[in-house]
Design a protein around this ligand. Structure first.
Ligand code: PHE
Length: 349
């Protein structure tokens, strides 16, 4: 046995190294240092043979005990380190279900479509069904059978896009009145939302815009039902009880005809500089009237037995009023940030 190495020094040195071991790799280094081929303990065991016979046996026993201790301690510490590493790994991978979520941007309906759904919903609650008709329409349905013959000056009210074959882009949803009467007969209650087209383009007009037609045909329909239906619908849509103004007007397909104004949803008539009503206190929202007997007849229903009322409401205008959108053209623009700027219209960005 080398002079400078004694068993208890080796034991102390082992215990000290073991106490500071933090990883399996460090532990392996300790194992090599003490019990590897050139390890301290291995060398001691090899040198046993050179010892005087009288101490060889007891030293051998002592070394064996130390070897057992080293092996057991290495195994025990190895297990501890593995356990701790597993625990740490588990902890770092644990999902904290109490953390706030990252959130997801949800899509939304276009304000016009939302308006369309809301009004259709209200009208369905009043017993109306939702009908539809083609956007490329025949002159007959768009004008002729709505009491607007070719010579009629009212055709100028709705500057029309014609196709070379004489068909046209419907200028209003009113042709669906005839199509529905022909299809379903009387009694009848329908609304028809949809796109319509006119040769118009400025801050308050777009060549394409959205209307909702309404038609009720029944026996002895009084004028008051039309007024009641319109106020019911608009109060429900705006969520408040508004004031209404019915103005005498003219449409070839209704008699009498009216235009419906509602009190300004922005200022209720209290702001002479209001950007929405321009100080008038009123907003024009719909055309309507009692259906002309000629129109009922064109729908193959007997006007002596049935009468009714019809209305056409501008859905874009409704959306602008409800959601505070200042410029009609923004509704058809792709930049959604415009919608944030309210009645003031688009802000440069
Ligand atoms: N079609 C008319 C328009 O677009 C509106 C309307 C519909 C008027 C039904 C009366 C009855 O201006």
């Amino acid at each position: 046995m080398p002079e400078d190495i004694n068993i208890s020094t080796v034991r102390d040195s082992f215990r000290e190294s073991l106490a500071s071991a933090k990883s399996l790799q460090e532990l392996d280094e300790i194992r090599v240092k003490f019990t590897g081929k050139k390890g301290t303990l291995t060398q001691l065991l090899r040198s046993l043979g050179k010892l005087p016979p009288e101490i060889r046996k007891s030293t051998g026993q002592e070394l064996n005990t130390l070897r057992d201790e080293i092996e057991q301690s290495l195994e025990l510490t190895g297990k501890k380190i593995r356990d701790t590493e597993n625990e740490n790994q588990e902890f770092s991978q644990r999902i904290d279900v109490t953390l706030p979520s990252k959130g997801r941007k949800s899509g939304a309906f276009h304000p016009v479509l939302q308006t369309m759904h809301e009004i259709a919903d209200i009208m369905q609650g009043l017993g109306y069904s939702v009908a539809s008709g083609p956007e490329i329409e025949e002159d007959y349905y768009n004008f002729e059978c709505l009491n607007v013959p070719a010579w009629h000056p009212a055709r100028d009210m709705q500057d029309t896009f014609y196709f070379p074959d004489g068909t046209l882009l419907r200028t209003h949803t009113s042709p669906v009145q005839i199509r529905s009467m022909l299809k379903y007969g009387a009694p009848l209650r329908i609304v028809c939302p949809g796109k319509v087209y006119r040769r118009d383009n400025d801050t308050t007009h777009s060549p394409m815009f959205n209307q909702m037609e309404g038609l009720l045909v029944d026996k002895n329909v009084p004028f008051s039902v039309m007024k009641g239906t319109m106020s019911e619908m608009l109060n429900a849509f705006f969520g408040k009880s508004l004031r209404y103004r019915f103005r005498a007007s003219y449409f070839p397909f209704t008699e009498p005809s009216m235009e419906l104004d509602i009190e300004c949803v922005e200022c209720s008539g209290h702001n002479p500089h209001c950007r929405v009503c321009h100080g008038t206190g009123w907003l024009e929202v719909a055309g309507m009237g009692m259906v002309h007997p000629n129109v009922i007849r064109a729908g193959k229903i007997d006007p002596d037995e049935f009468n009714g009322f019809a209305f056409g409401i501008g859905l874009d205008r409704m959306a602008m009023l409800k959601y505070g959108i200042g410029d009609l053209r923004l509704l058809f623009d792709g930049n959604v940030s415009y919608f944030m700027s309210g009645f003031g219209g688009a802000e440069s960005c």
